[in-house]
Ligand binder design. Structure first.
Ligand code: FAD
Ligand code: UDP
Length: 401
């Protein structure tokens, strides 16, 4: 400052710099909040809770008409409907598990989807029940021998794409009936053009275990995710239907710092181009029957059926209401996967090389925004599960506050 003081009389640049410092300081003094948090999803809500715990003043805004972001649930016919796709909480992180349990009681739901291939039903993830139904094998040794036989016949030594990776993990029959159609519908690309790592998310077990996840802790918050997020935001000021980017100047003036969890490319008005996403369309129906498919998730693994899966929401809570009574109706959602275009809801970031390169360029711009922190699934363009997004928000709050 002394140096600038010395030269500001001669140097217009120095003078403007001093002025802008003073202006920033005045803004900080005038700011009503320490943090403006853009997005009332899990990242924003966890950060808000931690900031308030540390004595900070925060304002949360969201452009939607509800809190919760994509984990939002809505009660229909007594059933908590997962409006933006089914969400099953699972984690190996004890700190995160203890954290969420402060805001909700979790039930003992275990994800065990069923695959439907032209009416033939198979257990998922791939395990002894699947192998028995597919080949009639009874022992783990027989199942391993069958997979090895099919892998050898396909002549794959080093898998180069999803198709080769899948065949070398579970053989040709399972690839053809349970993987190929589903994957090509979900990603809108041929299995030979998709990276091998996608299929490695799915466990393959030589045991009779239908639990989809290899996680220590798993469940659904009793009373729905919205209630859990409302508990996180208890006592915190939230403004809904408020689009930050449309009211940026006014909202920026309210706080010292911004935590931004919206799409990173939208923040910069897409000046370097648009990041790609896969989108999902949900068709939700109330049915006047108590049981449509007997399971929370049924995957349609053939290529012809246009939807990828059907979710029957009541089975996340064992078909009962809060008093433990059986519910007379049911709500189902068919999921259709599609390429994202402007105006659609962005769901899955397409983490390929092209998008990775573009994200890096946006990240470099983001790093220069001194009073804005980018976080969460859209702010970091990253496929985060819920536990990972909570872990990341807690770490960010620790560093920042
Ligand atoms: P979001 O929940 O997207 O929240 C961001 C918020 O910012 C939104 O509410 C949005 O409206 C708001 N916003 C954006 N731009 C603006 C703006 N300009 N102004 C104001 N507000 C704005 N994870 C699991 O662990 N288990 C699962 O089973 C699972 N299933 C999933 C299924 C699907 C179909 C999808 C897409 C994801 C699934 N996930 C699952 C991942 C999970 O949804 C995310 O980890 C989590 O929701 C990310 O939280 P977030 O706060 O980063 O983002
Ligand atoms: N998959 C499949 N058949 C199924 C379920 C999954 O082939 O019945 C494949 C598909 O390629 C998918 C991948 O396994 O992208 C990972 O599945 P997961 O359910 O973990 O996908 P998510 O929807 O969580 O990304």
């Amino acid at each position: 400052p002394l140096f600038l003081w010395g030269c500001w009389k001669f140097n217009w640049v120095g003078f403007s710099l001093v002025l802008s410092w003073i202006k920033k300081d005045i803004n900080k003094l005038m700011a009503k909040y320490n943090y403006l948090i853009v997005g009332a999803g899990l990242f924003g809500s966890v950060f808000a809770r931690e900031a308030v715990k540390a004595g900070k003043k925060v304002l949360v805004v969201d452009k939607r008409c509800h809190i919760g972001g994509n984990v939002y649930t809505e009660k229909v016919e007594g059933i908590h409907v997962h409006v933006y796709g089914s969400h099953i909480f699972h984690t190996n992180n004890k700190t995160v598990w203890d954290y969420v349990n402060r805001f909700a009681v979790f039930n003992r739901f275990t994800n065990s989807p069923v695959a439907n291939y032209y009416g033939e039903l198979y257990s998922l993830p791939f395990n002894m029940y699947t192998f028995n139904k597919m080949w009639g094998v009874v022992t783990p040794e027989e199942a391993a021998a069958k997979i090895e036989e099919q892998r050898k016949a396909a002549g794959i030594t080093e898998p180069k794409n999803l198709e080769e990776q899948a065949i070398s993990l579970v053989g040709t029959d399972i690839y053809e009936k349970l993987i190929k159609g589903y994957t090509e519908k979900q990603w809108g690309r041929l299995c030979t053009e998709l990276p091998a790592f996608i299929i490695k998310r799915l466990p393959v077990r030589l045991t009779f275990d239908n639990n989809y996840f290899n996680a220590l802790y798993q469940g659904i918050p009793v009373g729905g995710y919205t209630k859990m997020v409302a508990n996180m935001l208890d006592g915190i000021e939230v403004r809904l239907q408020t689009d930050y980017l449309k009211n940026k100047a006014e909202l920026d003036g309210l706080a010292e710092k911004v935590i931004y969890t919206g799409p990173i490319d939208a923040y910069f008005d897409y000046e370097l181009g648009t990041l790609e996403y896969r989108s999902v369309r949900f068709e939700t129906e109330v049915l006047d029957i108590p049981n449509f498919q007997g399971n929370a998730a049924v995957n349609y693994t053939d290529r012809e059926t246009p939807w990828t899966r059907i979710i029957e929401h009541k089975w996340f809570e064992f078909g009962k209401d809060a008093k433990g009574q059986d519910l007379p109706k049911t709500v189902i959602s068919r999921e259709y996967s599609s390429e994202w275009k402007a105006g659609d809801e962005p769901y899955y970031p397409v983490n390929d090389e092209k998008n990775g390169e573009l994200y890096k360029k946006y990240k470099a711009l983001a790093d220069k925004e001194n009073s804005v922190i980018f976080g969460g699934r859209l702010g970091e363009y990253k496929y985060y599960d819920m536990d990972a997004v909570i872990e990341s928000a807690l770490a960010m709050a620790k560093r920042e506050i």
